[in-house]
Design a protein around this ligand. Structure first.
Ligand code: SF4
Length: 287
């Protein structure tokens, strides 16, 4: 008899829950709503909302849009997006997560200080990621984005450094970045860092490791574009090499199920519970 368990801690974080609720509320009233970028890094959930009337547009399409209602997702947007909305008579339904909003404000405050030109504002995050674009936008594009450890060499260690992090980065890696800068900063330069990592991801790590270690086989269900999905998957793989990242039931390899007696299903902060349940049903149909 095989045991299948869905991780209770997995599933949407409150930022994603709020964004989806706002989209559903609006769709129930008007039947159509634009969303700037995928509402969540999960194709199946995007498809579900598309069938309810949600139309995903990119930034070029947004700039051409007039007299419409547009939802901004939890990742947040740079000030330019709000400027375009004002010019084009676009009503914004702002679902920027409060955690991201606080971080945007902090960075803007730093950037608007009188001595801002003497400092380097550094964001540890994924270059080109929507949230990071929104953060860099608070500095008129002047913040430096550092994605990998070896990119730290591009910083000027004789100039003050103020370090922030994208909310979904790994806490361990952020701490390594902090140590590296602290060890290299010049005698006449100052270094301050702000741990702005969202605990919705970081706090899940011990639990997901325990969950992954307690099963023979793990399926972590996540969109391939999800940053926190990758982090959580790596954590699972470290404690259980028989961990597999899948986006849908179609990706389940039935061969894997043969020798497993206990199968765990978990997900990222962008993984809907209904999708993990669907995976569980698909596994049951194979065994
Ligand atoms: S992971 Fe954290 S910051 Fe990102 S949307 Fe969820 S609650 Fe907000």
């Amino acid at each position: 008899m095989k045991e299948i368990e869905i991780d209770e801690q997995s599933g949407f974080c409150f930022g994603v829950v709020t964004a989806i609720k706002k989209a559903e509320e609006e769709l129930s009233k008007s039947g159509t709503l634009y969303c700037l970028g995928d509402i969540v890094h999960n194709n199946r959930e995007v498809e579900r909302l598309r069938s309810m009337g949600l139309i995903t547009i990119n930034h070029e399409e947004f700039a051409r849009l007039h007299d419409a209602k547009v939802l901004l997702r939890a990742h947040g947007e740079p000030p330019e997006t709000y400027d375009i909305a004002r010019r084009n008579n676009i009503e914004i339904i702002d679902a920027t997560c409060p955690v991201v909003l606080r971080l945007q404000k902090k960075i803007k405050q730093e950037y608007t200080q009188p001595d801002a030109a003497e400092k380097q504002i550094v964001i540890y995050g994924k270059s080109g990621h929507a949230e990071v674009n929104g953060l860099v936008g608070q500095t008129e594009g002047n913040a430096l984005v550092v994605e990998k450890f070896d990119e730290l060499q591009k910083l000027d260690y004789n100039k003050d450094i103020r370090l922030y992090s994208q909310t979904t980065m790994s806490l361990d890696e952020f701490q390594q970045v902090v140590h590296h800068i602290a060890n290299h900063i010049g005698a006449d330069a100052g270094f301050e860092y702000h741990d702005t990592i969202c605990r919705q991801v970081a706090n899940r790590i011990p639990g997901i490791r325990q969950f992954a270690a307690s099963h023979d086989l793990i399926f972590l269900v996540s969109g391939k574009k999800s940053s926190n999905g990758k982090i959580l998957f790596n954590e699972c793989r470290e404690v259980n090499p028989n961990s597999h990242l899948i986006e849908s039931a179609r990706e389940i390899n039935p061969e894997l199920l043969k020798n497993a007696t206990s199968i765990g299903i978990c997900g990222a902060t962008s993984t809907p519970t209904w999708l993990m349940e669907e995976i569980s049903e698909a596994i049951k149909s194979y065994i």
